[in-house]
Design a protein around this ligand. Structure first.
Ligand SMILES: [Zn+2]
Length: 270
């Protein structure tokens, strides 16, 4: 091959690679096609990862927030709300306010708070089964790239949190999704929890939390504004606790990626 032909070939190769690289960089930097779906149990659970929801919205990612239950039992000693339909209506509005502050698309389902656990097996199990079916339909409809939900700790060990996390996991595992390839569980590193019992119930060893997403003070502020929408749920102490948690984690949300090794094995011991 002559020097000039070789050079020409190299030039074409370089041009091709350049174009390929250029396209790749577009694909990596443009968030047009990227979408994320966070799925939690109650109106206000989203506060756990609200700063990174704000961050991704600002980066142009389409963010869906699915809230499964109506929060009808969310009474406390700093408000005089009673459990029931009145509180459902209040929390629906509060959740809408919080979603607007974060800029996420809200899908608020009407499952009963506590998933009808008080009604025993015949009340609870059909309700919980239907939740999996509905979540499957939502994931199929919206096709998010990424799912984020509770891990086995459920953050606070609340049964609804843990059941929603398990339901989302079942939806993810039930098939190989065309687009939805990543599932993450939010978690608190054990070393950031002081209380020994809570460390056992809700702490995750940081080795397992393989994703740490930093957020800005602006995102923290936006998350705080959205948190304040939940007037029926948020005490001044809770706001202070959130602020301290942000500082403690150095403005980081920790996640554990659901991962399966590529190789199949024939023994549990190697
Ligand atoms: Zn909750």
């Amino acid at each position: 091959m002559s020097k000039s032909r070789c050079f020409r070939k190299l030039s074409f190769t370089a041009l091709f690679l350049l174009l390929l690289g250029f396209n790749t960089s577009i694909a990596q930097t443009s968030s047009d096609e990227l979408s994320l779906m966070a799925i939690f149990a109650h109106p206000d659970d989203e506060m756990t990862i609200a700063p990174i929801l704000s961050k991704y919205v600002n980066e142009g990612v389409k963010v869906y927030l699915v809230v499964c239950t109506d929060g009808r039992y969310g009474t406390n000693d700093f408000t005089d709300h009673e459990a029931g339909e009145g509180l459902v209506a209040i929390r629906k509005e509060e959740m809408q306010c919080a979603a607007e502050k974060l800029g996420v698309e809200l899908i608020h389902l009407d499952y009963h708070d506590q998933l009808r656990a008080g009604e025993g097996y015949d009340g609870h199990v059909p309700h919980a089964r239907q939740l999996i079916i509905d979540l499957e339909g939502i994931v199929a409809d919206k096709n998010p790239d990424v799912l984020i939900t509770w891990g086995p700790d459920g953050g606070s060990t609340h049964m609804d949190h843990r059941l929603v996390g398990a339901s989302v996991t079942q939806v993810f595992l039930s098939q190989i999704w065309d687009k939805t390839k990543k599932l993450y569980y939010v978690g608190t590193p054990s070393h950031l929890i002081d209380e020994p019992e809570r460390k056992k119930l809700a702490g995750i060893d940081s080795t397992y939390l393989n994703v740490g997403i930093k957020y800005s003070d602006k995102d923290a502020e936006k998350a705080m504004q959205s948190l304040k929408c939940h007037k029926s749920q948020v005490s001044p102490g809770m706001i202070q606790w959130r602020e301290e948690s942000s500082k403690k984690s150095n403005n980081t949300i920790f996640l554990r990626e659901f991962a399966v090794p590529k190789k199949t094995k024939k023994s549990v011991f190697n």
